[in-house]
Design a protein around this ligand. Structure first.
Ligand SMILES: Nc1nc2c(ncn2[C@@H]2O[C@H](COP(=O)(O)OP(=O)(O)OP(=O)(O)O)[C@@H](O)[C@H]2O)c(=O)[nH]1
Ligand SMILES: [Mg+2]
Length: 234
């Protein structure tokens, strides 16, 4: 294999080996790039959200094929008068505990925690995922996304009262709560745009706080430690 640049990770995607830079956030020399990982139970629509982000498509795939390996895609966004990028990472539930898992969580600025609003089982397990994120992606912001707002053909639906009670227990650790439908292409653009805004505003306020600590001539860089301190969990 060719020399891997410093700070890169090697990813296996469906058997294909490829290299990529470890995400870091350079504020002075380039456009800030925020890494967001998709989390949540099998079949909640993580890859469907990824596809909407990638090329605005939807696949009604009933073959129950789980995502294997990792995938990632970067898109530009505008926040106020600043250019920023979001890089969305997708993996299947089965990869979470494998060796791939650590690359997935490493350097994440945020996790988009997804559930299927027409399948309550995917909702009741959310606190376990929050714990996972807090343990493995220290400092990452957590955004909650209820997919399948079109109703789907699921089992027991997630009611407004379920969400209210979850929010009263775990609301403090969430930086945003969204409802979307990948099928109807509803709520997704607004969600990505809002996440870009929240992440960038947060990074900017951290930059202001850290400005006094940066010596002249140094490039300010927000790295893993700079995302913030470990949050508590519900
Ligand atoms: N009705 C409806 N179906 C959806 C929606 N989003 C995804 N689906 C369907 O839900 C199924 C699972 O979607 P995926 O995107 O593969 O789910 P996943 O979370 O990536 O699953 P894993 O890779 O196994 O973890 C597919 O059949 C999708 O077509 C939605 O908004 N509405
Ligand atoms: Mg998937």
């Amino acid at each position: 294999m060719a020399d891997i640049p410093e700070g890169s990770v090697t990813i296996l995607t469906n058997g294909i080996c490829r290299e990529q830079r470890k995400p870091s956030l350079r504020m002075a020399s380039g456009v800030p790039n925020y890494k967001i990982i998709l989390c949540g139970e099998y079949g909640v629509g993580k890859s469907s959200i990824f596809r909407r982000f990638l090329n605005n498509t939807f696949v009604q795939d009933n073959s129950k094929k789980s995502t294997i390996g990792l995938d990632q895609c970067t898109r530009p966004f505008r926040v106020g008068d600043a250019d920023v990028k979001l890089t969305l990472w997708d993996t299947g539930g089965m990869e979470r505990m494998s060796f791939i898992g650590s690359s997935y969580y490493r350097g994440a600025h945020a996790a988009l925690l997804c559930y299927n609003s027409s399948n309550k089982e995917t909702f009741t397990i959310l606190s376990q995922y929050i714990l996972d994120i807090v343990m493995n992606a220290e400092g990452a912001k957590i955004f909650l996304c209820g997919n399948v707002a079109d109703g789907g053909d699921g089992k027991e639906k997630v009611e407004e009262a379920d969400l209210d009670s979850f929010m009263s227990e775990c609301g403090d650790v969430l930086s945003g709560v969204y409802t979307v439908s990948c099928k109807d292409n509803w709520g997704l653009d607004e969600m990505f745009q809002d996440m870009a805004k929240v992440l960038h505003m947060d990074a900017m306020s951290r930059m202001t706080i850290r400005r006094d600590l940066i010596r002249p001539g140094e490039t300010p860089e927000l790295d893993d430690e700079a995302h913030g301190k470990k949050k508590g969990c519900c």
